[in-house]
Structures are given as C-alpha cells and as structure tokens.
Design a protein around this ligand. Structure first.
Ligand SMILES: [Mg+2]
Length: 292
C-alpha cells in the first residue's frame, strides 16, 4: 500500500464500511473465538466505522453472534439472500424494504417458500434424489447427516435457502442445477449440502447495502471486505480494499486483478485485526512489524 493511498484512506470525506465474513475471518476456524479482533472492533465502533457481518448463516445464528460481538449494524444472511437493517438505523425505511419485527429487510435472494414451491414442481416431473430438509423430520436429518439434534434443527431454520443432501448421481445433480438456474434460482455446493437459493451472492447484497448507506450521507462511501473462503470472492471483488484472511485449513482463495488487496500473515481474527490496523493506523502497524 502506498503513502498516497494511506492518506486518502484517512480522509474525512470518506465513510468507510467494513463487510466481514464470520467463520475463519472474525471467528477462529477451530475455537470460534473473536477475542483477537475485539479491541479493533471497539475502536472501529468509536470511530463510526460500521462492521457489517456477512455470512452463510441464518438470521437467528447471526443475531446470537452479533450480540457476542457487540455489533448493532445491518447484517447480511444466507450468502447474500437478505439484508437486515435495524429499524431506525437510517432516517427512513429504504425503498423496497419489508418491515419485520425490529428490522427493515431487503431481500435480493428468494424466500424459502418460493424455493420449496420450485422443488415441489420440479420433483413431480424429475423425481427428488435428495433429502429435502423442509420435508424431513429432525430425526431423519440426524440419521442422514450425522449432525447433532441441535445442529439439524438450526440447519432447518432457514428463511432464504434450502439445503439438500444429494443422494442421486453427479449427472442428475448437474441437470437439477440447470433447471434451478432456468427457474431463477442458484445452487451453491457446500461441504456437505447442495444449497438452493435465489440468484444472489455475498457481493451483490454488499453492493446493495453500500448503495443504501450512500443514499443517506454526503460523504463518499467506500468499502473494505474481508473473508477467507471462495464464497467470499464476490464480496471481495466489489470492495475498494479486499482483505483475504489466511486460513489454517486451506489455501487463500485466488483473487486476481484487484487494485488493493491485503493477504494477511496471521490467520482468522488476528489476521483481520492486523489488516485493519495496516489500513487505518499504518504507524502502529509498522511498529508492530518492526517488533516482529
Ligand atoms: Mg469463512
């Protein structure tokens, strides 16, 4: 990063927004601890720089983590499917936002009932070589996946996507994915499940939220995005500064041609905090590096 870049990063005319993944980024890959990021999170809060949590997790899962992180800002759930903005966060309700207890909700993705309608229709013509969570009991999910009872219940409390445990072959999966795309849905292969969701991603939702912030301020909104996995790339691509947080479990994903990319040396929340320090407090970051 050049000195000129650093100076412009600290300009008073800029409202910075930081979008961040959770698992492996703000939360340690193994222990789920956020402790190494806590001081930085508090400092950003004091400086009026919002941290927007953006994850594949559901609303309920994210509300719990958001409380633990002392975070009061909008957040993005289920891989860009919906943006929850605390009611009253902006001077008035953003255009096209839906009201839900305590929140204004923007929905670039698809509601789960629309996805279930598609699955119902599709299965009538093509069969259903998968375990469909909405149609399964918790005991069925536990038996088929090896998840704990609690994990199975959580995985089934979704608003905007349907996990399928695929039981057919690869060719059937490809054909299914093509039909889902043609019907206006997307699929995302996770470690265990094939997720059916709306045609959205973490980047599309982040861009929409940035646009919403921009409507309410005269300062120029600029975006820092941080993540550790391939499903973070869409979000990193739309950011003015991209932070790839190193993982103890896999190689950093490849992001080519980004004008301002930081790949952290440390993993998880420590890497995240170091990168933020490098952007906003280059002096302390270089002191830190000199010490090492
Ligand atoms: Mg992650």
């Amino acid at each position: 990063m050049t000195e000129t870049q650093r100076e412009s990063y600290q300009s008073a005319d800029v409202q910075w927004l930081i979008a961040s993944d959770l698992d492996g980024t703000l939360l340690d890959h193994f222990s789920y601890s956020h402790q190494p990021a806590d001081a930085t999170l508090a400092e950003l809060e004091a400086r009026g720089i919002p941290v927007i949590l953006n994850s594949s997790k559901t609303r309920d899962e994210m509300l719990e983590l958001r409380r633990a992180l002392n975070n009061q800002h909008p957040f993005i759930v289920e891989n860009g499917s919906a943006i929850f903005i605390p009611r009253g966060y902006f001077p008035h309700k953003p255009e096209r936002a839906r009201e839900e207890t305590g929140y204004w909700v923007l929905e670039p993705g698809a509601r789960r009932d629309c996805i279930l309608d598609f699955l119902q229709q599709d299965s009538e013509a093509h069969g259903a070589p998968y375990l469909n969570f909405a149609a399964a009991s918790t005991a069925d999910i536990v038996a088929a996946t090896g998840l704990s009872q609690e994990e199975a219940e959580k995985a089934n409390q979704r608003g905007y996507s349907e996990p399928l445990l695929w039981q057919g072959d690869e060719q059937q999966k490809l054909a299914f994915t093509a039909r889902a795309n043609a019907s206006g849905f997307a699929t995302l292969q996770g470690g265990r499940f094939l997720h059916v969701l709306g045609q959205t991603d973490k980047g599309l939702a982040t861009k929409l939220l940035k646009k919403t912030y921009q409507q309410y301020t005269d300062r120029e909104c600029k975006l820092i995005a941080s993540g550790d996995g391939p499903n973070d790339l869409d979000m990193l691509k739309v950011a003015d500064i991209a932070i790839i947080v190193r993982s103890p479990a896999h190689q950093p994903p490849t992001l080519s041609h980004h004008p301002s990319l930081i790949v952290t040396r440390e993993t998880g929340p420590q890497g995240w905090a170091d990168a933020i320090a490098e952007i906003f407090a280059p002096d302390s970051a270089s002191r830190e590096q000199a010490r090492n």
